[in-house]
Design a binder for this molecule. Structure first.
Ligand SMILES: Nc1ncnc2c1ncn2[C@@H]1O[C@H](COP(=O)(O)OP(=O)(O)OP(=O)(O)O)[C@@H](O)[C@H]1O
Ligand SMILES: [Mg+2]
Length: 507
């Protein structure tokens, strides 16, 4: 207690004031005191410096303790105010304490003085700390509130049962309303379309398990029942003893980004179709040739005088129908493939059929270029969830890249003939893998990082748009999978699509 204590003593007697000071010094306090005896003097004293404690007599010729307490309160001070008086009745003592004095002592019994001063100084100190902490707390709360209000993302507080308890204005706007009552008090699940309830459950579970769930894509139902594509991140909030009490969910509107991605996918699909057009000519020419040939044979037979064998005719017409069906399949497939509106439909599908469909679109073209296509598909694979046409688009992109790489390598060599592409599908450690390998030109190490960037292409203008791989990556990401590359220049490239079996269904 070496710090100097500034004490204001309200007392008409200089002797009594000095006596009080003496007691304090005796109790070990290093003090500095000023005596006042009128309201005016007290007001000046209070206004002119900082005090640590007030000692006041009960009544004085020009002042009294209740008036002194009134000045004390008006000044906003929160320091010990101790009354030291001659004998007073119980009633007056109660009145004084009610008026805000911290304690009172009798002049002729000062034994309690030291412990009372000690206690009151300590409590005043605690009150001060608490109020500093409160000021800091409300300043920081204010800061957070401003930050939260300024966030363009919608922020929701949900109780542990998933009922919305608070929402920011941005959150209301996302749902197309400005009335908190449209959301507050309702379960968050009310705003999630039925097929996505599983995603919501996943958000809750992951947040409870790991304290955090980030960037989970989920669609929400707006007030007008239209759908909003969003990305949700959630954290768990705890009470002071560490029990989870609520979720904070941050919702970001990603519909614009999604639209751009969709446009990219669609334009890639169209570019793919354009490029495929020449291939399609081959695909259709081949069965047309077979049909013409069969018709020729029949006409040739008719031209002779002999009777046509029924079985011969049957064989030829079967062949014709088989090839008509083939052409019809190709045309149907192109029609479905080029449609844009099935973009969001996810179903369980077989990866192998998707791969075979993709191949049916390019096989004749590959034959024409003398490219060997080896298929090593494991038929026992579970189905996966996603959009089969989008997956087909990925395979077509990879096949078209592999073909280009083979032709590029060929153009640099005189004698090379063995152009091959291998597609493998298999399961490995809870993962479903599709590998597309070629023995083409390969990719230099320094370019490997860039091949997936949109518009990165090494092909001649008009030949490549550089969208194939970035779009493929996007599609596989949507299926919660990933794509890996390995490549050696002049040796070949292997592209590996890795999907989680968790995202798969037993066939
Ligand atoms: N199998 C491969 N072998 C060698 N290089 C490849 C292979 N696959 C991709 N690349 C390289 O990656 C680049 C980007 O491929 P991507 O499919 O994104 O675009 P692109 O084929 O150039 O054009 P697009 O597919 O839009 O017509 C290619 O230009 C090529 O340089
Ligand atoms: Mg490509």
């Amino acid at each position: 207690m070496n710090d100097k204590l500034s004490v204001l003593i309200i007392e008409d007697s200089q002797d009594d004031a000095e006596l009080n000071a003496w007691y304090l010094k005796k109790a070990g306090y290093n003090i500095d005191f000023t005596r006042v005896e009128t309201p005016g003097e007290m007001k000046n004293a209070v206004a002119s410096q900082k005090w640590d404690m007030i000692l006041s007599d009960y009544s004085m010729p020009m002042f009294d303790v209740l008036s002194a307490l009134a000045i004390y309160h008006a000044s906003g001070l929160d320091i010990p105010f101790i009354v030291i008086s001659g004998a007073i009745g119980e009633e007056k003592a109660v009145e004084m304490i009610k008026a805000g004095a911290h304690d009172y002592l009798l002049k002729d019994n000062m034994m309690r003085f030291a412990p009372v001063v000690k206690r009151e100084l300590r409590e005043a100190h605690l009150r001060q700390n608490l109020s500093d902490a409160n000021i800091a707390l409300s300043a920081s709360e204010e800061r957070y509130r401003t930050m939260i209000k300024a966030s363009p993302d919608g922020i929701f507080i949900l109780d542990i049962n998933g009922v919305i308890t608070e929402v920011t204005a941005a959150g209301l706007a996302l749902f197309g309303t400005d009335a908190p009552a449209d959301l507050v008090g309702k379960p968050f699940s009310e705003f999630v379309p039925a097929p996505e309830i599983r995603e919501l459950a996943e958000i809750y579970e992951k947040t409870i398990r790991e304290g955090l769930a980030q960037n989970i894509e989920i669609r929400l139902l707006k007030k007008d029942k239209s759908l909003l594509v969003t990305e949700a991140s959630a954290t768990l909030l705890h009470d002071p003893v560490g029990r989870p009490i609520s979720f904070m969910i941050i919702i970001r509107d990603i519909s614009q980004r999604k639209n751009l991605e969709m446009q990219l996918i669609h334009s890639d699909r169209m570019a793919g179709l354009g490029e495929m057009a020449s291939g399609i000519a081959h695909e259709i020419n081949q069965p047309l040739n077979t049909i013409s040939m069969a018709m020729d044979n029949i006409l040739g037979e008719l031209a002779t005088d002999e009777k046509i064998e029924k079985t011969y005719l049957q064989k030829k017409t079967d062949k014709i129908f088989e090839n008509i069906t083939r052409i019809r399949n190709i045309i149907d497939h192109i029609r479905v493939f080029s449609r844009g509106h099935d973009d969001y439909i996810s179903t369980a599908f077989s990866i192998n059929s998707s791969i075979r469909n993709a191949i049916s679109m390019v096989s004749e073209q590959f034959k024409y270029h003398a490219i060997n296509l080896n298929l090593l598909l494991d038929d026992g694979l579970p189905q996966v969830v996603g959009n089969t046409f989008k997956f087909e688009q990925v395979i077509l992109n990879l096949l078209s890249n592999a073909k280009d790489a083979l032709l590029e390598k060929e153009s640099g060599q005189d004698t090379w003939v063995d152009k091959s592409i291998e597609i493998r599908s298999f399961a490995e450690k809870q993962q479903l893998i599709v590998e597309v390998s070629d023995n083409g030109a390969g990719i230099a190490d320094e370019n490997l990082q860039q091949v997936m960037l949109p518009f990165y292409t090494t092909k001649d203008p008009g030949k490549g748009t550089g969208l194939g791989l970035s779009v493929s990556y996007q599609i596989i990401k949507e299926m919660h999978g990933t794509i890996e590359f390995s490549s050696t220049v002049s040796v070949g490239t292997k592209i590996k699509i890795i999907l989680n079996i968790q995202n798969a269904r037993e066939e």
